[in-house]
Design a protein. Structure first.
Length: 743
């Protein structure tokens, strides 16, 4: 008996895999797939309820009735499940709460609509029972089965003492299920891009009954009917970043809501197709009307918009075109000059990512899902002129080359491009068996360039930029990378080989020097080591440089600097040095004479003339110092001698000014004792000097040092200013003439 009971309780080994067991497990699974949206709603519910966990489950279940119904139907307590999940944010090892608003200030600032809605729900729940509409038995019958289960389960803990009032009155819930009217709800977070709001499209969702679909459709309609207030203007650098060199557009050749006429008129937005008076000026990036126009554009509706969608990611554009193409209706792709399409100032291009977040917050998507391409999609205002279209090719031609050339197919791998799912997941699969940068892969890239630009010959001046962008998109999208770190010589040889292969495939490249093509190739590989749109994020920039350094690739300018012209190499090396700016030097004008900028003076002294002038100035300085020192000594000795003899002040030397043009001016020193005097003489009368030396005339020392030379500042200083710059050192000592009194 015991064995029989044990065998009856334990299911058979294959019972778990039966169809009935799988159906029950799928329909009544108690697992909640937590998303950032659900975690944010839980945080707001805890904040509004002030951590009153008797009200948190009802608040959270109002926005996610499906998850609450699955938990309550299995006999689980929703409160304990929410409490355990909410406490995970305080565990540093849990990374699932990263990026979720947690503080009260952040919630008040960024989740205002959701907080206001939950407060209204609490106010309705706390309203007196008499103020609520009277419910009839028919109202209870019309109430959805999931709502009854959720209300009954959340009130199990206090059923004996009181009855929990549901967040939404039963009468209103019943009416909402039929008529679509429900309390207005709003969120300030981002919902899934694949979330579907139409009731007809919700019919195939697994695990959802008809009543749940009706409630969800009514709630979305109520959210859209709310007055959310004005849109927040995005920043200019986010809404209109610098345009890309190349952008891509895939389209059906047949008539659509956009005029696809690349050969005659270019691409014309549907809003301006029938306009005869010209296309209006683009709106500024902060115009609120842009949000409404973008809403019509991104939704799958027939409402024409003033925009044309393009993308700056070649891999994403080609993959979408291949997925949407059929044998009877293949798509085409156009390669467009991004700067010409965006306008000379970039005012015609809008980055969709800067606007899509707020549109999602208001759940403004229509039936068919949300379809922006993230960071790679841009919206061009009005028209893309025919002159901006550089190339146009069919997706069928690309697939035909893959079928013919095995080397081409081994690099671009079309089997991955046809896979469904997210683009980043497909990139991850292609990263595992990526091709290597070698002659075979470079030949495939050159073959693609020849196929794209075989009819549309690009201008030689713009070809290097096109090569850089194309190589960057291919290396980045298809993960064409080396297996290991390469040396500088290896990188230069690969670049030179790419230039030779491209000239054999593309005739337009023959007019471009090999060095220019090789450098453009290395710049493209360097950019391809980064993530898509790395130029819009500083962190992605550093990541790209780190990846390039790991493969041994440095700046192409520095790699080619050793082989270029010596003058350019020296200037390039000098400009990278840390040189502080110097004050501007002006060598004209009397106020700058005798002065020189410090930086210019150092440079002047390194020249031959500068060294010669510096030597002459130093010699003149030493001569002046020696002469001045000796003059001071003689003057001191003369003063001491005059004090001892009691010389009268009238007999002291007098100074006279006698100019000497062309040289330095000196003053003659007049000594009265050297003049003839009527002193007594041994050989003559007193009135006539004798033939012998007059004893009254005595000169103690007639050396040159007795005569004190005084430098005079003349009013005509500018006329002889060259003396002050050291040019007097070329003169002999005889040029410095001292005039006697007799002259």
């Amino acid at each position: 008996m015991g064995r029989v009971r044990q065998g009856s309780k334990k299911p058979q080994g294959n019972a778990k895999h039966s169809s009935a067991y799988r159906r029950v497990g799928r329909d009544y699974s108690t697992q909640i797939k937590w998303t950032p949206e659900k975690r944010l709603t839980l945080n707001v519910a805890v904040y509004v309820a002030k951590k009153d966990w008797t009200q948190v489950p009802s608040l959270w279940a109002h926005f996610f009735p499906e998850d609450a119904a699955r938990v309550t139907s299995a006999g689980r307590k929703l409160r304990s499940r929410l409490d355990a999940t909410w406490r995970e944010q305080f565990n540093p090892q849990k990374k699932s709460w990263d990026g979720i608003l947690q503080s009260s200030d952040d919630l008040e600032r960024h989740a205002t609509n959701l907080i206001a809605q939950m407060k209204r729900l609490l106010a309705n729940a706390d309203a007196p029972t008499s103020s609520l509409p009277t419910q009839s038995p028919a109202d209870h019958i019309q109430t959805s089965h999931i709502q009854i289960q959720m209300t009954a389960t959340t009130s199990q803990t206090a059923a004996s003492s009181r009855m929990t009032i549901p967040i939404t009155p039963r009468s209103q819930t019943a009416q909402s299920s039929v008529s679509g009217r429900s309390p207005a709800t709003s969120t300030n977070f981002t919902r899934s891009r694949h979330f579907v709001s139409s009731l007809s499209l919700l019919s195939n969702r697994p695990g959802m009954g008809r009543s749940s679909r009706e409630q969800l459709a009514a709630r979305l309609e109520a959210t859209r009917a709310m007055i959310h207030g004005p849109y927040r203007a995005p920043l200019r650098e986010q809404a209109q970043p610098p345009p890309s060199t190349l952008v891509y557009r895939f389209y059906y050749p047949d008539a659509t809501h956009v005029g696809n006429l690349p050969a005659t008129k270019g691409f014309i937005a549907g809003y301006f197709l029938s306009t005869k008076g010209g296309i209006a000026t683009p709106l500024p990036h902060d115009a609120e009307f842009l949000f409404n126009a973008i809403e019509h554009h991104v939704n799958r509706s027939n409402i024409p918009s003033p925009f044309i969608s393009v993308a700056n990611d070649f891999f994403w554009s080609l993959r979408q075109a291949i997925k949407l193409s059929t044998r009877d209706k293949p798509l085409r792709m156009s390669v467009i000059d991004g700067r010409q399409a965006a306008g000379h100032d970039g005012s015609k291009a809008y980055h969709l990512r800067a606007y899509s977040g707020q549109i999602r917050e208001r759940r403004a998507y229509e039936s068919g899902g949300w379809r922006p391409a993230g960071m790679s999609e841009f919206l061009i205002w009005g028209q893309i002129p025919k002159e901006a279209i550089l190339a146009d090719f069919s997706v069928a031609d690309f697939l035909a080359i893959c079928n013919i050339d095995p080397n081409f197919a081994a690099v671009f791998r079309p089997q991955y491009l046809k896979l469904p799912g997210f683009t980043h997941r497909v990139r991850g699969l292609m990263r595992q068996d990526h091709p290597v940068i070698d002659e075979a892969s470079m030949s495939a890239v050159c073959m693609l360039l020849n196929s794209v630009f075989s009819i549309y010959f690009p201008v030689a001046s713009s070809l290097p930029e096109i090569i850089t962008k194309f190589v960057s998109d291919i290396v980045q999208g298809w993960h064409v990378k080396p297996r290991e770190e390469l040396t500088r010589t290896h990188w230069l040889s690969l670049a030179s080989r790419f230039a030779a292969i491209l000239k054999n495939h593309l005739p337009a490249a023959s007019a471009v020097p090999d060095r220019t093509i090789a450098k453009a190739f290395l710049f493209g590989v360097l950019s391809g080591f980064g993530e898509p749109n790395w130029q819009l994020d500083d962190k992605l920039k550093h990541k790209m440089l780190a990846n390039a350094k790991a493969y041994g690739l440095k700046s192409p300018d520095s790699m080619f600097a050793a082989e270029e012209d010596p003058i350019r190499a020296a200037i390039r090396q000098f400009t990278y040095e840390n040189v502080s700016p110097q004050r501007r030097f002006t060598a004209i004008g009397p106020e700058y004479e005798g002065t020189m900028n410090s930086g210019t003076e150092r440079w002047w002294r390194t020249t031959a003339m500068g060294r010669q002038q510096q030597h002459a100035e130093e010699s003149e300085r030493r001569r002046r110092n020696a002469h001045d020192g000796l003059a001071r000594q003689q003057e001191q000795a003369y003063d001491d001698c005059s004090d001892e003899e009691g010389t009268d002040e009238s007999q002291e030397p007098q100074e006279t000014h006698v100019p000497r043009h062309g040289v330095r001016w000196f003053e003659a020193v007049v000594i009265p004792r050297m003049l003839p005097t009527p002193a007594a003489s041994t050989s003559g009368a007193s009135t006539r000097p004798g033939n012998s030396e007059d004893s009254a005339i005595t000169i103690e020392d007639d050396r040159e040092e007795d005569y004190r030379m005084v430098e005079e500042e003349s009013e005509e200083e500018d006329e002889y200013d060259f003396v002050e710059h050291g040019e007097a050192n070329d003169m002999d000592d005889d040029d410095f003439v001292m005039l006697d009194a007799e002259d």
